[in-house]
Ligand binder design. Structure first.
Ligand SMILES: [Zn+2]
Length: 372
């Protein structure tokens, strides 16, 4: 079998700043002159008054459409039809992860460029070449792997700082695992998120992601808790929206996300955010790797400062049921998941033990640093 090549993949442009909604036309005009703006309900008025008004003023055409809450095939087809009737040659998504995913899918089916404007920083959705499709009941249906990353991603720090703190913290949790998973995958010479081998650049971007979190987390949380923007907040958003996505895509995932995926079978954790569960997956991975104490201390400090849950109880677990957690361990070791990107052999028994030890480690940390 031929040896797989290494990759770096990324959006064409990543823009970060504030008051960017009225300047949307500046980034649309490079790709087309007639835009369909798919927007979350909460920001619909501003999209009309700032983004659409700016487009029209700049001599471009456009229309605004409300996203119907779930990224389903029905919703994708509804928006594809609308875009065709309108003659749109650029698709814009403004909102949370599902809105961005629907915009990516619509643009893919129409073979049009896509501009994304995330309003929260809780997942890697903005920068990756992937959309998650759900069914009408809101359950996971399939991944839609896209041939290209989004053309433009615009991060408005003022809008992201106005979102609930919990979503922001969840994005920090997801970004915190990026370096450790990329490092494991690189050491294992594993498979990255586009099915190729991890590149040194991917590992470097993931490393920078971790450094920015460590340097800026205290001041960024001050800003986001008071809904203001500061240079530290801007650096954290670069890490959570850009570096975390491209670092994971080129660098690959490992135990942290595999454990997160397994945790979906624990009913108590259904309300936990993706990034919150990834944090526990990361602690489990660090136990499996027998990480140095200084590294554990820094990771737990970042989790603590971000106000993220660290123990299973904080994440919503009311009762520990061994059979459930045996199942989590089994699912995390599924051959289709990313546990195979760990640099050592890991079986279900190893994962189960590491999860128990990770929770004990988190509880020991909390005994010394109470969670306010
Ligand atoms: Zn993730």
């Amino acid at each position: 079998m031929p040896i797989l090549p290494r990759t770096v993949t990324s959006p064409k442009k990543f823009i970060i700043g504030h008051d960017l909604l009225p300047q949307l036309h500046d980034h649309v005009k490079d790709f087309g002159d007639n835009a369909l703006l798919v927007s979350d309900e909460f920001i619909l008025e501003r999209v009309r008054e700032e983004a659409l008004a700016g487009l029209l003023q700049a001599g471009l055409k456009g229309a605004v459409e409300k996203f119907n809450y779930e990224c389903t095939d029905i919703e994708i087809h509804r928006l594809v039809d609308l875009a065709e009737q309108q003659g749109a040659n650029v698709i814009v998504g403004i909102g949370g992860g599902k809105t961005l995913d629907v915009a990516k899918a619509v643009a893919f089916y129409l073979r049009r460029p896509v501009v994304l404007f995330p309003t929260i920083a809780s997942t890697d959705a903005p920068c990756t070449a992937l959309a998650v499709i759900y069914n009408q009941a809101g359950e996971f249906e399939r991944y839609l792997f896209l041939p290209q990353n989004p053309d433009v991603v615009i991060a408005d720090t003022a809008i992201i700082a106005a979102a609930p703190v919990r979503f922001f913290a969840a994005g920090v949790g997801d970004a915190l695992a990026t370096y450790f998973e990329a490092r494991a995958c690189y050491r294992a010479d594993g498979i990255n998120l586009v099915g190729k081998r991890p590149s040194r650049t991917g590992l470097g971007l993931a490393r920078l992601c971790y450094e920015l979190l460590g340097e800026n987390i205290d001041m960024a949380m001050d800003a986001v808790r008071h809904h203001v923007t500061t240079p530290a907040l801007e650096q954290i958003i670069e890490a959570t929206i850009y570096l975390s996505g491209v670092g994971a895509e080129a660098g690959g995932l490992a135990a942290a996300h595999a454990v997160n995926n397994g945790m979906s079978v624990v009913p108590d954790l259904h309300r936990a955010q993706h990034g919150e569960k990834v944090v526990f997956g990361l602690l489990t991975q660090l136990v499996l790797e027998r990480a140095p104490q200084a590294e554990l201390d820094e990771v737990m400090r970042i989790i603590h400062v971000a106000g993220l849950p660290m123990t299973l109880q904080e994440m919503g677990l009311t009762r520990f049921v061994e059979s459930e957690w045996r199942k989590v361990a089994a699912l995390a070791c599924d051959s289709l998941d990313t546990m195979g990107n760990m640099p050592m052999a890991v079986n279900e028994q190893d994962v189960y033990g590491a999860m128990i030890a990770a929770n004990a480690m988190a509880e020991r940390y909390r005994a010394r640093h109470p969670n306010h």
